[in-house]
Design a protein around this ligand. Structure first.
Ligand code: NAD
Ligand code: DAU
Length: 341
């Protein structure tokens, strides 16, 4: 029988890709999106989903206990997948409070309701950033699920706090939970403040491409659809209290990504501008995804060469989507964030 899945943060980058993935993969499921539409949430992203009778959107803050309780009582979810978060490291350095509110207190509110209403499954979408970083000169080291939590930024500390609460709710109350800790995603609907879309859009406008520090920081890039596939596998498996690392075995230095984007768009490397480094900037992330491969048969299907091509094409063919974003309040953010660098 078709399940009902509540997807929080479904108007953001990964959540919206997950909504589309699930509507397509499970046509008998009902998908209910809970999102309060912060600057990062965009209803136009869900335009096609809103035409699907199996999809419903509720503008709600995950910290709004009464509102979420009412909704959960009405839709009786089989699974809650929590994507809702403040997700940008640079913003967390400027305004940490909201990260604690949404990422920790919001997660706790959802879990309290799952517990009280006996919702059969809660899945927390977490990040590899909870492990801190790895040195550049030790390519033999990777994050495994037993790597100690060692967060660097207010963002990653808030995600780590949430992870600890999720595991504590499992141990103390036997809440049926799982956690996925994924590396950097890229693909359609990625908000333009993040590295890859920011560089594509600046290059298209012949604007400087701001590279932090020496540009040698390494991230492990995964095409967003592969992340959605991993979560779909995890939430349909019976093992509870498990943490799964999800990563693409695709480490790349920021500078190499930026040069690749410039080459694909036929733009000059003269646009690259080195700016002041991010405070506390993590040097390298690298995921060991052995556990999810062995237990659930997951592997990253999209090669970076194909994924980045598809992503650039998507930005070229969806200019209206990002123009609407960058022409609004985003301008003030950009001026404040990069003005002094
Ligand atoms: P995003 O910033 O693009 O989207 C976040 C969404 O959550 C937005 O739609 C926003 O409106 C909504 N939201 C924020 N606060 C809310 C609240 N209090 N109540 C309801 N909705 C709220 O983020 P993303 O990049 O799609 O990340 C989604 C999740 O995946 C996050 O939990 C993030 O920590 C995690 N993650 C992201 C990446 C990545 O590379 N982007 C990698 C690993 C894990
Ligand atoms: O690893 C998973 C994480 O990936 C997620 O948990 C976060 O939600 C997501 O935002 C992302 O975090 P990062 O900090 O790695 O992503 P971001 O796109 O902000 O930056 C990627 C790298 O590029 C990082 O080393 C900083 C650098 N950078 C970023 C921006 C925005 C620049 O050099 N210039 C920039 O203008």
């Amino acid at each position: 029988m078709g399940k009902t899945i509540v997807v929080t943060g479904g108007a953001g980058f990964i959540g919206s890709n997950f909504v589309y993935y699930m509507l397509d993969k499970h046509p008998d499921y009902k998908i209910v999106c809970v999102d309060c539409l912060t600057y990062a949430g965009n209803l136009s992203t869900l335009k096609t989903a809103l035409e699907n009778p199996n999809f419903r959107f509720e503008k709600l803050n995950i910290c709004d206990r009464a509102g979420v309780e009412k909704l959960f009582k009405e839709v009786k979810p089989d699974i809650v997948v929590n994507f809702a978060a403040e997700s940008h490291v640079d913003r967390s350095i400027k305004t940490p409070g909201i990260f604690v509110d949404t990422n920790i207190k919001g997660t706790q509110t959802l879990m309290d309701l799952c517990r009280e209403l006996e919702i059969p499954r809660f899945h927390q979408v977490s990040t590899d950033e909870v492990y801190g970083d790895l040195p550049l000169d030790r390519p033999d080291l990777f994050f495994t699920e037993s790597t100690p939590i060692h967060a660097s930024s207010p963002y990653s500390a808030s995600k780590a706090g949430a992870d600890l609460l999720v595991l504590a709710y499992h141990r103390t109350y036997q809440l049926p939970v799982t956690i996925s800790r994924c590396s950097n995603n890229y693909g359609p609907y990625h908000f333009p403040e993040k590295l890859i879309p920011l560089m594509i859009i600046n290059a298209l406008h012949d604007q400087p491409l701001p590279v932090y520090g020496d540009g040698l920081n390494v991230r492990d890039w995964l095409y967003v659809e592969d992340h959605c596939k991993a979560i779909d596998l995890i939430i349909h498996d019976d093992r509870l209290g498990e943490v799964y690392n999800v990563g693409g075995h695709n480490e790349m230095a920021n500078l190499d990504i930026v040069k690749l984007i410039l080459k694909k768009l036929g733009k000059s490397e003269d646009l690259i501008t080195f700016v002041a480094d991010r405070k506390g900037h993590d040097r390298r992330y690298a995921i060991d995804p052995t556990k999810i491969k062995q237990q659930l048969g997951w592997f990253p299907e999209t090669k970076f060469a194909d994924g980045i091509e598809k992503t650039i094409d998507w930005y070229l063919s969806h200019e209206a989507w990002w123009q609407e974003i960058i022409s609004g309040d985003y301008q003030n953010y950009y001026a404040k964030m990069y003005g002094g660098k």
